[in-house]
Write a protein that binds this ligand. Structure first.
Ligand code: AR6
Length: 170
């Protein structure tokens, strides 16, 4: 099942919330800032451990990795790094990878419900219409396959983002 809601992803009572992070995994603005603020320091502590271990060079664009969700109602945060929008280079496959890999990491944890923000559409400037098409089609494809995930909720920040996602979901 695929749901669209307008709201704040940090308030979602789901197994996994996806964070639109950056390669450093060490926090930032936008939804990343909100997740670390509301989730508390244990998320950053785990991100630092990831950087000290397997992710010494950071998380690559399109990849995903899980941490605790700290004080958030969710059980885990899956951090993914969206591509920065480019008018001259087609980076759609990387944005699709973010969604696919986030769902696969969620499934590896046995998660049933997952909430996504509109990855890359803020500071990384990806146009909402295009991001919606890529996100919705990739998630639908993944849900049609073998996965523990039964519910994906897109949590859109503001009426405009919600309306655009709504208009692209057929
Ligand atoms: N809940 C749901 N959506 C939100 C929230 C929230 N609390 N806050 C913002 N959004 P962005 P990006 C929406 O900029 O474009 C960070 O600094 C926002 O309106 O958070 O992937 C990272 O560290 C937009 O539609 O992520 C990276 O450096 C969407 O979330 C960089 O920003 C994504 O906006 C990543 O940029």
């Amino acid at each position: 099942m695929l749901e669209l809601v307008e709201g704040d992803i940090t308030a979602q009572e789901v197994d996994v919330i996806v964070n639109a992070a950056n390669s450093s995994l060490l926090g930032g603005g936008g939804v990343d800032g909100a997740i670390h603020r509301r989730g508390g320091p244990s998320i950053l502590a785990e991100c630092r451990r990831l950087r000290a271990g397997h992710y010494g060079r950071g998380l690559r664009v399109g990849q995903a990795v899980a941490t605790t969700a700290g004080r958030l109602p969710a059980r885990w945060v899956v951090h993914t790094v969206g591509p920065v929008w480019s008018a001259t280079e087609d980076r759609s496959a990387l944005l699709a990878d973010c969604h696919r890999n986030s769902l696969r990491v969620a499934a590896s944890l046995g998660a049933v419900s997952v909430a996504f923000p509109a990855v890359s559409t803020g500071i990384y400037r990806w146009p909402l219409e295009s991001a919606a098409d890529i996100a919705l089609s990739t998630v639908a494809e993944e849900l049609a396959g073998e996965t523990s995930v039964k519910l994906v909720r897109f949590v859109l920040f503001g009426q405009q983002a919600y309306d655009i996602f709504r208009s692209r979901a057929v």
